[in-house]
Design a protein around this ligand. Structure first.
Ligand SMILES: Nc1ncnc2c1ncn2[C@@H]1O[C@H](COP(=O)(O)OP(=O)(O)OP(=O)(O)O)[C@@H](O)[C@H]1O
Ligand SMILES: [Mg+2]
Length: 431
């Protein structure tokens, strides 16, 4: 085939369609130099031959002359936007690790064809696949400054944690002038860690209700964006908003997810988010005075150790399951607005062995459901009794055990500088 075409070419050396055909055949058999030769000759004959230019770009790309391919493609795309041009350009940009441009190109492709799919691009350019509008920014960027309604009164136990938060967050914000007088900046972070359901999120929100400062509560999904590069931008916007609204507390829940990579194919994206986060924490190009960061996680061992350097999360607090007194208090708080007989809170607390706050809530829910059913008969609400709740407690399995199984291992074998000593102390394990 190729030979007969080459023969034909001898009789009409300026036949462009013929030359293009030959070039494509050369490409197929990976004779790129020969293909390149033909394509360049076509372009010499007709400088507006986009198809030849596209094939030449392809030829360059295949020979790893990626920048040359890119230049050529950009020139073509200026004249005409076509799917395959954009697609090749996107491959070039990914090859050059120019992800932000690749992302733009991919977006253009999707604009051109909403049904366009490309797994290669998805793997590299998207960090997670759930499409979602960031729901925390509006035009003026302030909609996520919410004042919560809870405060410390709605928290049972946790006295040492309340004290720590008071010292590190509330007092400094209340006495900014005093701090200034001593030339001490207000800033830095507290990291709360511990088993699920034991009140990390709860106390962070209550902190917001305690203080006279702005409070930004950010879910990890507000930060992580499907597009590479957007997560960093989101983080920056959050911190910028805080800087414009000092004093301000930024609460980041499930903070370990910042470092956890959503997509193994692209290892670098998680790293850049972490780096951006650390840069924002350090306030390298900005003034972080008056900004406090509160983080919560139940997997602190997944956090990058760099998070713990001075000035970052320099206070790490273990939020343990509630002790008996705290459990009694939590029962009390959660039964406040329900019809009850006189309740023996201590008896409940003692029965709820190894329960977390969330388990207590679950037990109360079960008791309420049972009571509701009994009340359907005559339509009269029956008050909850201690016995009702004791029965419900038996039906709930404490949910923190599993967490201690794995955390114990970290505390025993990956406990650099005694970071997790609190876990060992809680479990009564001597080092
Ligand atoms: N000390 C407490 N006082 C009152 N309620 C509590 C307390 N601890 C937990 N609770 C209740 O349990 C629920 C779960 O707590 P929370 O969401 O704060 O747990 P968490 O530590 O953030 O868990 P996770 O690690 O799963 O995010 C809360 O909504 C709250 O009602
Ligand atoms: Mg939580």
């Amino acid at each position: 085939m190729l030979e007969s075409l080459l023969e034909a070419l001898q009789f009409s050396p300026h036949n462009i369609p013929l030359k293009l055909q030959i070039a494509k055949l050369y490409m197929q058999q990976r004779s790129f130099a020969e293909a390149e030769q033909q394509l360049i000759e076509i372009i010499d004959l007709d400088n507006n031959h986009l198809e030849a230019k596209y094939e030449l770009a392809n030829c360059f790309y295949k020979q790893q002359k990626v920048t040359a391919a890119e230049v050529l493609l950009e020139e073509i795309i200026k004249k005409k936007t076509e799917k395959k041009y954009l697609e090749l350009l996107c491959y070039c940009q990914i090859n050059q690790e120019n992800y932000s441009d690749a992302q733009e190109t991919y977006k253009e492709l999707l604009e051109l064809d909403a049904n366009y799919e490309n797994e290669d691009f998805d793997n590299v350019l998207k960090v997670n696949t759930t499409t979602r509008e960031p729901d925390f920014v509006d035009e003026d960027g302030l909609s996520f400054l919410k004042k919560p309604t809870t405060n410390f009164a709605s928290i049972g136990g946790m006295d040492n944690i309340k004290k720590e938060i008071d010292l590190k967050i509330i007092k400094p914000l209340e006495h900014r002038d005093l701090y200034k007088a001593y030339g001490k900046k207000i800033g830095g972070g507290i990291l709360l860690y511990g088993p699920p359901g034991c009140g990390k999120t709860h106390i962070a929100r209550a902190t917001a209700g305690e203080i006279n400062a702005n409070f930004i509560s950010v879910g990890i999904n507000d930060i992580l964006d499907m597009w590479i590069g957007n997560s960093e931008k989101n983080l920056h916007e959050i911190f910028e908003t805080a800087r414009k609204n000092t004093p301000c507390v930024i609460f980041i829940d499930e903070i370990d997810a910042l470092g956890a990579n959503r997509n193994d194919v692209n290892k670098t994206s998680g790293r850049t988010v972490i780096n951006q986060f650390l840069a924002e924490l350090d306030g390298i190009d900005a003034d972080n005075d008056g900004i406090l960061v509160l983080g919560a996680t139940n997997a602190p061992w997944h956090l990058d150790p760099a998070f713990r350097r001075p000035g970052r999360f320099d206070r790490i607090i273990f939020v343990s399951p509630p002790d008996v007194e705290a459990k009694a208090a939590i029962f009390n708080i959660h039964l406040q607005e329900k019809p009850t007989e006189t309740i023996d809170y201590m008896a409940l607390a003692k029965a709820a062995k190894e329960f977390s706050g969330a388990d207590i809530q679950a037990a109360i829910d079960v008791a309420v459901e049972t009571k509701l059913e009994a009340s359907f008969k005559d339509g009269i609400p029956k008050p909850l009794s201690t016995k009702d709740i004791l029965k419900a407690i038996k039906k709930i399995k404490p949910s923190t055990k599993e967490w201690f199984v794995s955390s114990k291992n970290y505390a025993l074998y990956a406990n650099d500088s005694g970071l997790y000593d609190d876990i060992l102390a809680y479990l009564n394990i001597k080092k």
